[in-house]
Design a protein around this ligand. Structure first.
Ligand code: ACO
Length: 325
């Protein structure tokens, strides 16, 4: 067996043009800019145009990541997309992205793990690279959450936005991706979920059921902080890493207060945490690659640094990736 490592050769991201500010939301629901900023850190979010979909946002991010990697779509031999808001039930969003990129034949599929979708996708693609079964993998997180949000529910609509982010992974003799750690626990389903699918509730939806994703915000908050703390301990211990060796924490961008709690646990000053949530809200599976790409492009994340990615989302699902960039 030819065991190697996967390294990040390039990153890219994309946010739709239309911006929805907290002031805009003040006109839609009973809320204030001050409430949203102090409880979440969010200032604005981007909303996909009517003709945009998860695969079209993914295409923009993927093309930018390929350019940054010095690669072309023809080089890609694996596509894994994390998304909660696929274009269609099938074909899967990975295959739709493959078609948009004008390539054919390589495995292309989607991973469903809510906000953790990107880290789950990254973990899978890492294994393909390590086993020598892929040489140029496109890993994407892409979401049109605005389509499943109830815009009359102030408790949730202020939190979410649309966007996409992508990594190109190529093989290397040295890491690269040092480790990924993934977890799921369906006991928490009722704390955060979307109530309609295909084999469950489809007829209600066809009958005109209205509403959006459902969340017990307080409970999600408490469980997220507790779980992310345990995840950080697990990741550092299993890899023999000390807190102070981490150059950047790149957390799921859901809520500034959850991010702060995780940084405290890591004993990491906020100057070492990549935060972009103010710009786009919670973009679920897209949030980590979006934040990562932003920090690469503005020069914060540099080659050789040790990075910790951590995520938490519906399911619950949670996971981390330890990366030497
Ligand atoms: N504007 C003004 N008031 C609001 C709003 C709003 N947008 N939303 C809720 N309120 C009110 C509530 O009605 C409540 O009023 P009441 O006291 O009169 O009943 C009051 O504010 C407090 O509500 P709480 O839900 O207790 O507020 P909390 O401090 O918990 O903040 C929040 C809510 C921001 C949702 C928080 O619980 C949170 O961030 N939870 C995590 C949610 C999350 O990040 N989910 C994303 C998916 S999972 C993930 O990605 C990690």
């Amino acid at each position: 067996m030819n065991l190697r490592y996967a390294r990040i050769a390039g990153t890219g991201s994309y946010l739709p043009e239309q911006v929805l500010t907290n002031a805009d939301l003040e006109r839609r629901v009973e809320t204030t800019d001050e409430w949203i900023r102090t409880r979440t850190g969010i200032e604005r979010r981007h909303i996909a145009a009517d003709d945009e979909t998860a695969s079209s946002l993914a295409e923009h991010a993927a093309r930018r990541a390929l350019k940054a990697a010095g690669a072309t779509p023809a080089d890609v031999d694996l596509i894994v997309v994390g998304t909660t808001t696929p274009d269609l039930v099938f074909p899967n969003t990975g295959t739709l992205l493959q078609q948009r990129l004008g390539i054919h034949g390589c495995p292309a599929f989607s991973v469903e793990a809510a906000c953790s979708g990107f880290v789950f996708a990254l973990s899978l693609a890492d294994k393909y690279l390590r086993l020598g079964e892929a040489r140029c993998a496109l890993v994407v997180g892409s979401e049109c959450l605005s389509r499943i949000v109830d815009w009359s529910d102030r408790g949730t609509c202020v939190l979410f936005g649309d966007g996409a982010g992508a990594f190109v992974l190529t093989p290397a003799d040295e890491p690269g991706i040092l480790a990924t750690h993934l977890h799921s626990d369906g006991r928490y389903k009722d704390l955060l979920y979307f109530p309609w699918g295909v084999s469950c509730g489809f007829n209600e939806l066809r009958g005109g059921a209205r509403g959006g994703l459902r969340m017990l915000g307080n409970e999600v908050f408490r469980t997220a902080v507790r779980t992310l703390s345990r995840l950080v301990d697990e990741t550092l211990a299993k890899n023999g890493i000390e807190h102070e060796q981490i150059d950047w924490l790149v957390p799921h961008q859901a809520n500034l207060r959850i991010i702060q709690a995780a940084a405290d646990k890591l004993r990491l000053p906020m100057e070492k945490v990549v935060i972009t949530v103010q710009e786009h809200g919670n973009t679920s599976a897209a949030s980590i690659p979006l934040a990562f790409d932003t920090a690469v492009r503005d020069g914060r994340i540099r080659r050789g640094q040790l990075l910790l990615l951590e995520t938490f989302g519906g399911g619950f699902t949670w996971g981390s990736a330890l990366i030497r960039y």
